[in-house]
Ligand binder design. Structure first.
Ligand SMILES: Cc1cc2nc3c(=O)[nH]c(=O)nc-3n(C[C@H](O)[C@H](O)[C@H](O)COP(=O)(O)OP(=O)(O)OC[C@H]3O[C@@H](n4cnc5c(N)ncnc54)[C@H](O)[C@@H]3O)c2cc1C
Length: 414
């Protein structure tokens, strides 16, 4: 028996899925998350697919996986389609999402990111350290030491850098990797609008059926419209399943992103003043003047307090590196544009692959470095091609108007 201790930097979807997977199999792990518990601002909605679903099923305890299924949005008839409409609500293109479609009685559709985080945190109180910023990493033959910004040190056998596209760990060990800023049509402004019966009744059917659709005016203004309407309220489902944790009474909503005309700058969140949400909201309202009245209504009803901006950044596939006791998971190594809706799904898929390899090392069935190398090979093979396709946003996403013929797979997500 060669029990190992796993350290995880970053408590996003990637790090938390891995922590759940290790915990489920009794492998010792500690996770260090820089932000306080309630910050989760990379969008509102997350679209899910088969790969993410299978990764989650492998990593979550059965009752948590069931909670996840219930918290997902209800299955829409067009959930496997990527739809682009004109401002009048007429369908311009409709194509299957990239990759295998989710099937079954309750295929994963989409989920509210905050609810998802609460599910992924359940049962990990003794694993997750919040407000713990990873600053350094020290490697030795016998182990790895993680040093936090406050100077505290933690030793383990392997460190998984799941600290996102700006990964502090990657910057230390692979400083040559460049982050590529990728502004795509000012889609990185997000807000929420109440999901009312009236709005649903009037919404163009194709937008409702798809769950998420892009409206494009053909002159550079685009708006994403998605909705989250869970199969069961999260708090109620958790109580019914006996899952302990901190769960919100999350209300269904429409998520709107973009609706910013070309040439209008969306300031980075750090530069927002108390006036910025109102100004952004007014800009959005003006941008959709003349659009379908229901779309105008959705934008008008956005709660300015829910508006925020999030920059799009990505990495190119990093050439293979020397395997060591530090490895990478999720956006720290595979950050891609949301074009295909694959970033988080592949992070969950790869978390399950890494969990299986680390479990084999923990059981003494495989050397630790061999296990890490096997994971890295599988992760690159499955994910690098998607990073390259997603980078071609104007062809495979962003309204899908400029390029792909109907025979080509595409998908857009936010
Ligand atoms: C607008 C948008 C829409 C998207 N839509 C989809 C979609 O529909 N489907 C999909 O599959 N993917 C989607 N993605 C991609 C998806 O959001 C990411 O791939 C996924 O969230 C990555 O998860 P992660 O855990 O690797 O990284 P992150 O979510 O970035 O998490 C990293 C965590 O590490 C923490 N951290 C950072 N630095 C440190 C440090 N020094 N010390 C400790 N902790 C640290 C951060 O606080 C954070 O919690 C979308 C992305 C965007 C931007």
């Amino acid at each position: 028996m060669a029990s190992i201790k796993v350290l995880i930097a970053g408590g996003g979807i990637a790090g938390l899925t891995l922590a759940q997977g290790l915990r489920r199999e009794g492998v010792e792990c500690l996770l260090f998350e820089r932000d306080p518990l309630d910050r989760w601002r990379t969008g509102y909605l997350l679209n899910l697919d088969v790969e993410g679903d299978q990764g989650l099923e492998a990593c979550l305890a059965p009752e948590l996986y069931e909670l996840f299924k219930r918290a997902c949005g209800q299955t829409m008839s067009g959930h496997d389609q990527s739809v682009v409409l004109d401002p009048g609500g007429n369908v311009l293109t409709s194509m299957p999402h990239f990759g295998e479609a989710a099937t079954g009685e309750r295929p994963p559709t989409n989920i509210d990111r905050r609810s998802f985080r609460q599910i992924l945190l359940a049962g990990l109180d003794d694993v997750v350290h919040h407000g713990a910023e990873v600053a350094h990493v020290e490697l030795s033959d016998g182990g790895v030491t993680l040093v936090l910004a406050d100077g505290s040190r933690f030793e383990g056998d392997v460190l998984v850098a799941a600290d996102g596209v700006g990964s502090a760990v990657r910057r230390k060990l692979m400083p040559e990797v460049e982050i590529i800023p990728s502004p795509v049509g000012a889609l990185g402004l997000f807000g929420r609008s109440p999901l009312t019966k009236e709005a649903v009744a009037e919404l163009p059917q194709a937008i409702w059926d798809a769950g998420f659709a892009i409206i494009s005016d053909g002159r550079g203004t685009m708006m994403g419209v998605g909705h989250w309407d869970p199969r069961q309220p999260l708090k109620q489902a958790a109580a019914e399943l006996g899952v302990a944790g901190s769960f919100d009474e999350a209300e269904p909503y429409f998520m709107l992103n973009g609706a910013i005309p070309p040439g209008v700058e969306v300031p980075p969140l750090a530069e927002w003043t108390p006036e910025t949400p109102r100004l952004m909201h007014e800009t959005m309202i003006a941008a959709v003047a003349g659009w379908h009245p229901v779309l105008q209504g959705l934008v008008a009803r956005i709660d300015p307090a829910t508006l925020f901006s999030h920059p799009f950044r990505r990495l190119d596939p990093t050439p293979p590196w020397q395997t060591s006791r530090v490895t990478y998971l999720g956006d720290s190594i595979t950050a891609m544009l949301p074009t295909l809706g694959k970033g988080a799904n592949m992070a969950m898929h790869n978390a399950a692959v890494l969990r299986d390899q680390l479990l084999a090392a923990d059981r003494g069935e495989r050397g630790l470095l061999y296990a890490v190398a096997a994971y890295e090979d599988q992760m690159r093979a499955a994910t690098y091609p998607l990073m390259e396709i997603a980078a071609d946003h104007n062809r495979f996403g962003g309204g899908g108007l400029r390029g792909p013929s109907p025979a080509e797979p595409t998908g857009v997500s936010a």
